[in-house]
Design a protein around this ligand. Structure first.
Ligand SMILES: Cc1ncc(COP(=O)(O)OP(=O)(O)O)c(N)n1
Ligand SMILES: Cc1ncsc1CCOP(=O)(O)O
Ligand SMILES: [Mg+2]
Length: 212
């Protein structure tokens, strides 16, 4: 079994209403947590800010009940307003180094997407708490990606940094073990759990592949 001492969240669910395909997002969240999800991100790319905030507040009630950290995608204002555990940003978003200077984000988790190897040397990476290998495998859930890292790319990055690595992109129970073996500390998924008929069972099966 691998140790995850730097980032004690081996299974990461990135959720949106659209990804839940008609299922109640709040129920999916609760079932997924009961199945073993350790950390949750709300990622709504098309919502107006006040609706994003409202959804984040609902999720916050559930994550608080289970003591699971809630991460907000892209939007520092919403993260602050719901007192989220942190934020995830990529190359088109607020910069981690800028966020880190704000009092609210000083002690919060900041996740940063890695799309180019050169990012490993930049100031954004230095101040981030985890790096997302984004994506490990091409996925229909997010099409505007740059580099498909593959297991080899993930292993290369593992050798170049000590930062916790969160692997994302087309990861399912069948390939999760290989992704961990290649050096990831955490598996992040959207469709493997949100798109499953039984999100609790899907989370449980993924978790088993990760921690065995
Ligand atoms: C855990 C995790 N990893 C990667 C991403 C992608 O972030 P980003 O590159 O900013 O793209 P969008 O998600 O904003 O489309 C993520 N959200 N979460
Ligand atoms: C948000 C995000 N960032 C990189 S890939 C991705 C989507 C992953 O979705 P799935 O787990 O359904 O492939
Ligand atoms: Mg983003």
């Amino acid at each position: 079994m691998k140790l995850h001492s730097q980032f004690p969240y081996p299974l990461y669910l990135v959720i949106s209403e659209e990804a839940c395909r008609g299922k109640d997002m709040l129920k999916v969240t609760e079932q997924a947590i009961q199945g073993g999800v350790d950390i949750l991100q709300l990622r709504e790319k098309k919502l107006l800010e006040h609706l994003f905030l409202e959804r984040a507040q609902r999720l916050r009630e559930i994550t608080e009940k289970y003591s699971v950290p809630l991460i907000i995608n892209d939007n520092p204002k919403v993260a602050y307003q719901v007192n989220a555990a942190g934020i995830h940003v990529g190359n088109k978003d607020s910069r981690p180094a800028t966020l880190r200077q704000q009092p609210y984000f000083k002690e919060k988790l900041i996740g940063y997407s890695i799309e180019y190897l050169a990012q490993l040397d930049n100031a954004q990476t230095t101040v981030s708490d985890y790096l997302a290998i984004s994506p490990v495998f091409r996925t229909d859930t997010k099409r505007d990606t740059v580099t498909e890292w593959g297991l080899e790319g993930l292993a290369t990055i593992r050798e170049l940094t000590q930062k916790p690595l969160v692997a994302i992109g087309n990861i399912h129970a069948i390939n999760a073990g290989a992704v961990i073996q290649a050096g990831a500390n955490c598996i992040a998924v959207v469709s493997a759990i949100c798109g499953a008929d039984n999100p609790k069972k899907a989370a449980y099966e993924l978790k088993n592949e990760i921690v065995k």
